[in-house]
Design a protein around this ligand. Sequence first.
Ligand SMILES: NC(=O)c1ccc[n+]([C@@H]2O[C@H](COP(=O)([O-])OP(=O)(O)OC[C@H]3O[C@@H](n4cnc5c(N)ncnc54)[C@H](O)[C@@H]3O)[C@@H](O)[C@H]2O)c1
Ligand SMILES: [Zn+2]
Ligand SMILES: [Zn+2]
Length: 372
Amino acid sequence: MKTKAAVLFEQPGKWEVTEVDLDPPQDFEVLVEFAACGMCHSDDHVATNDMQLGYLPYCGGHEGAGTVLEVGPGVRSLKSGDHIVTSFIPGCGKCRWCASGMQNLCDYGALMMTGSQMDGTYRMHIGDVNVGQGSLLSAFSKHSILPEWSCIKVDSDLPMLTAALVGCAVPTGWGSAVNAAQVSPGDVVIVMGVGGVGINAVQGAAHAGAAHVVAVDPVAFKQETALKLGATAAFSSIDEAREHVRDLTNGQGADATIITIGVVTGAHVGDGFSSIRKGGVVVVTGMGKMAESGLPVGLFELTMYQKRIQGCLYGMMSPSKDVPRLLGLYQSGHLKLDEIVTRTYPLEQINEGYTAMHAGEVMRGVLDYSLS
Ligand SMILES: NC(=O)c1ccc[n+]([C@@H]2O[C@H](COP(=O)([O-])OP(=O)(O)OC[C@H]3O[C@@H](n4cnc5c(N)ncnc54)[C@H](O)[C@@H]3O)[C@@H](O)[C@H]2O)c1
Ligand SMILES: [Zn+2]
Ligand SMILES: [Zn+2]
């Protein structure tokens, strides 16, 4: 079939909306019609060439919600008409990581940037050129083929525009606080960078019982939104936040600092490291340039203060288990999602959506396929 997709032909480059061909679903794959896809900063890292791909052209989009139209041979857990949210890492259920309750580290995650499906071949094409599918998904396409293992079945009465955020921003941010930082009642937590991911770290930390959630973002609108959704204080810089937290903790520092800045540098991690108490943790969720290495972190301080630096992928979540639970929190009013869908865009305006993200105008911009 033919469909419309936002495709990257070069790095760095802009998303180009173009017609693509889709093969029918193969073994264990489904055809999905997307209703919505959040515009995560991770797809922008690909467009800016912070992250170099294994394949071009490439169709991104990994925060999608839609409806299953057709299932391929062998699919058992889904049927036509089911509503799904995407998981940007498949959950095979069999590998060491899935079997250990760490579905976010599933071995099939290795295919995220190669663009192929699980059998190593391609389903999206322009003429005789294969189009790589980001995270095996390509939710920047009205229709796409994806593995059954990348779909989480959700209630059909959930609004798709908000449910889409539970494909990435929500579990990533919430889990950064709840799983990676293991925020406990009474904790003092700093969140550096309050975008689509960081606002959910703020919500997760507040929900886990933090006494103080200190948001850091240079954009006033981000600070205001953080204060509405669980932050107890908000500052433009980590220097101001560090001072505030020292006042709160008799000079000791934060129990946890979570870094969810759009383009993370080693210096940001160093700033986070200097803001935590002994035995505290810096959670590094945000990403920067793929090739960057080295952290300005004192080895003496690391050892003698027993500080921890914790990387965090997909909020250390197991999406099959956690996506329905997060949506349950949304349905019961404990997790705010409608408030963070700032603007919606037709697929044709995807680049305008990313321009607004860079300008700090949106918590999350979401592609709404009903507008195309
Ligand atoms: N680890 C994962 O599994 C995972 C998943 C999704 C996204 N990410 C990454 O998380 C990061 C955040 O993604 P997003 O979609 O929320 O991005 P975003 O652009 O919506 O938000 C980033 C925020 O950081 C703020 N910021 C910029 N410089 C700052 C600074 N020096 N101090 C404090 N705040 C600053 C911006 O104003 C913005 O509000 C990105 O790097 C993205 O690639 C990681
Ligand atoms: Zn994402
Ligand atoms: Zn697995």
